[in-house]
Design a protein. Structure first.
Length: 673
């Protein structure tokens, strides 16, 4: 439990230029898709906590009642600061779509006494609405999302249902191919359960193979109840159908038809169909996705949270990335290993840089890799997208910590451009490189096994390889994700110093040198901030990218290019000092690290690879001592203020809002969902 954030940076999603560049038809497609996405707002609120939807209604009713002139809420017992606290709570609530943080799943309560919130509600004639939820807003005995019988909160489940009953119901549903993503489960009486399925229709579809109810041994009766959030799904289906009329191609039409089927009837099989078309819809001007996607917030990990994305392809950046891919051969040849450890033909991963117009969900990620349906990923494929205006966003009141004053102006100026180059190399040349030395099913090898390549790190011949049926994931297991991110980040750091490559992104002369400097500083700072995601109690890392960045920062420190300076025993004045003249040394160090990561990956050498990665990501006593100051200087999470689109006289207009608590609340009021 915590109090709501104060002075959280609010950021307006930068989208106008990209949106304006769309054709009228594309704008209409984006508009209807956005409306469908936002119409799921209450669906999310209903998944988070039992009180979330009422709090949402209360906040909007108060704002409406004073016509958004919040000075009217000031009274004898309520100060201007109190009203500010109310606005801060409200904005954070709206951006998380609930009173639990989307990042960390912990409850937050108003930084405002209950009596003062009550007075604000009274001024706005909302006393009854406030009284209905006051206890739930302020209660601090259940502060985490999780199973009800374990003392936690969730609205994926209701009644006095236990984890054990949920597990048995989930297993039973899996055995009948009743997909769980768009459902919630309620215990309605002794041995009586309801599987609430999100759909516009309230009856079972004619052609479904499912029964109206099932007897589950040791559990009881499970009734299939269609029509959960039926009003919302009726409208969502309408908006999706309208989007379909503005589709750019037949694939999009088929995709939309499958979505409409799914949202009308509650069929998750139809949603799976939609995703097959989505994967095949390559390089659309307007990229989208919608449905019950990520399952992180269901304590059982199978029910999805509603999510709707509408984004515009960043044509300029896509062009730069294209040039990077065209020059890949040249750049890849500069990496520290021999051709034997590289693919014969460079195959860049499918990767798009998007600018977000709409993200309806409890929190906006910086990148997505979907669909999550494993069978579709294997047989049809998936898409890897990076959300540019989320990644490179910056707000005016965000403090940049741990840098020396002399570096601040250049950092502010080139942080975005340096990060753009880093992301491009990471995604395309980083993840795109490397040949896995493997034995094929027929016993043959994809390399000269009789005369294996030399490990450049030791001068010895390679002795290990991927046996038939083995994959990178199966050999490296739980470590694979972070290890691969680290390899890609190292490639980014190693090639960032390449002037020819920087020219693709428009950086020449002194600016190119500055981009290199800021790029290395950015990585060093990310590596220090990473300590937030390391748990001193278990000595475990919680975030794969941050674990990787920590180890790269360590390599900069170990070679003497970066120094962490502090004069105080509590490190409260800790700063990162990067010596410009030692960037070549840092690049050399990262190259040596990369060469080992790469060779061990290519040769399936888990023994050496895991020993290396465990050592480089181990947090020494010295580094662990910095964790407290990193935690203390943590800033509140950013709040993105999203625009709306409106259809006026057959034209779609973009309406943007001020980057503030007031602007965020206004965007929700005008959305009317
Ligand atoms: Zn990556």
């Amino acid at each position: 439990m915590s109090l709501n954030d104060t002075k959280a940076p609010h950021i307006q999603l930068a989208i106008k230029d990209h949106f304006d560049a769309l054709s009228d038809k594309e704008k209409k497609y984006a508009h209807h898709f956005s409306r469908a996405s936002h119409l799921g707002t209450r669906v999310i609120l209903r998944q988070v906590s039992p009180e979330s939807e009422d709090i949402y209604n209360l906040i909007l009713a108060i704002a409406e009642s004073v016509k958004q002139d919040y000075s009217k809420l000031v009274s004898e017992s309520v100060s201007k600061d109190d009203v500010r606290s109310f606005l801060e709570y409200s904005s954070q609530f709206l951006s998380n779509l609930g009173n639990f943080k989307s990042f960390g799943d912990a409850k937050f309560v108003p930084r405002l006494e209950q009596a003062k919130f009550a007075a604000i509600a009274a001024t706005a004639n909302q006393t009854a609405s406030f009284d209905k939820v006051a206890d739930a807003i302020y209660s601090t005995d259940k502060t985490l999302l999780g199973f009800l019988d374990k003392g936690h909160v969730t609205a994926y489940y209701g009644g006095d249902i236990t984890e054990d009953e949920i597990t048995k119901i989930n297993d039973f549903c899996a055995s009948k191919t009743i997909y769980p993503e768009n459902t919630r489960v309620w215990k309605t009486g002794p041995k009586q359960f309801e599987l609430r399925i999100a759909s516009a229709d309230t009856g079972i579809a004619q052609d479904t193979q499912f029964d109206a109810s099932y007897e589950i041994p040791d559990v009881g009766t499970l009734k299939l109840a269609y029509g959960d959030s039926k009003n919302e799904f009726a409208k969502i289906s309408e908006e999706m159908a309208a989007a379909g009329k503005n589709a750019a191609n037949h694939t999009q039409e088929q995709m939309i038809a499958a979505y409409v089927d799914s949202f009308k009837t509650g069929s998750m099989a139809a949603h799976r169909e939609s995703q097959k078309f989505w994967v095949k819809d390559l390089g659309p001007a307007v990229e989208t996705n919608i449905g019950f996607i990520e399952t992180y917030r269901d304590p059982a990990g199978v029910r999805g949270e509603w999510e709707g994305l509408v984004a515009v392809v960043n044509k300029e950046r896509t062009k730069k990335f294209g040039a990077l891919v065209n020059g890949a051969k040249e750049y890849v040849s500069q990496l520290p290993w021999d051709a034997e450890f590289e693919k014969d033909v460079f195959t860049p991963p499918d990767f798009l840089s998007l600018e977000v117009l709409t993200f309806a969900g409890s929190g906006i990620p910086a990148g997505i890799n979907i669909p999550n349906y494993d069978d579709i990923r294997l047989t049809v494929g998936f898409k890897n997208v990076s959300l540019g205006n989320i990644l490179s966003s910056k707000s005016s009141n965000e403090k940049i910590t741990f840098l020396e004053d002399k570096d601040l102006p250049l950092f502010e100026q080139l942080k975005g451009p340096a990060f753009e180059v880093q992301v491009g190399i990471h995604e395309l040349l980083g993840h795109g490189t490397g040949k896995l030395l493997s034995q094929e099913r027929d016993g043959s090898f994809n390399y000269d096994n009789a005369n294996p390549p030399i490990d450049p790190n030791t001068g010895d011949k390679i002795t290990t390889y991927y046996k038939a049926g083995e994959t990178w994931g199966s050999v490296f297991g739980a470590m694979a994700g972070s290890y691969e991110e680290c390899r890609a980040e190292c490639v980014a750091m190693y090639l960032l110093t390449n002037k020819q490559l920087l020219e693709i992104f428009g950086h020449t002369g002194q600016e190119a040198d500055d981009v290199i400097y800021i790029g290395y500083l950015l990585m060093a700072r990310a590596g220090l901030l990473a300590l937030e995601f390391w748990d001193p109690a278990t000595r475990k890392w919680g975030q794969p990218h941050m674990q990787a960045r920590y180890s790269i920062m360590r390599s900069f420190v170990d070679c003497g290019a970066v120094e962490l300076k502090s004069t105080k025993p509590d490190f409260s004045d800790l700063t990162i000092h990067l010596d410009r003249s030692k960037i070549p040394a840092a690049q050399k160090a990262v190259g040596e690290y990369l060469n080992k990561l790469h060779i061990y990956k290519c040769s399936a050498d888990f023994e050496k690879g895991s020993a290396l990665y465990n050592a480089t990501t181990n947090v020494s006593e010295e580094m662990a001592a910095y964790r407290e100051v990193v935690m203390d200087s943590k800033q509140p999470r950013r709040i993105f203020v999203q625009p709306n689109t409106v259809l006026k006289d057959g034209n779609v207009e973009l309406v943007e809002y001020e980057a503030s608590e007031e602007g965020n609340i206004k965007s929700f009021l005008e959305r009317q969902v």
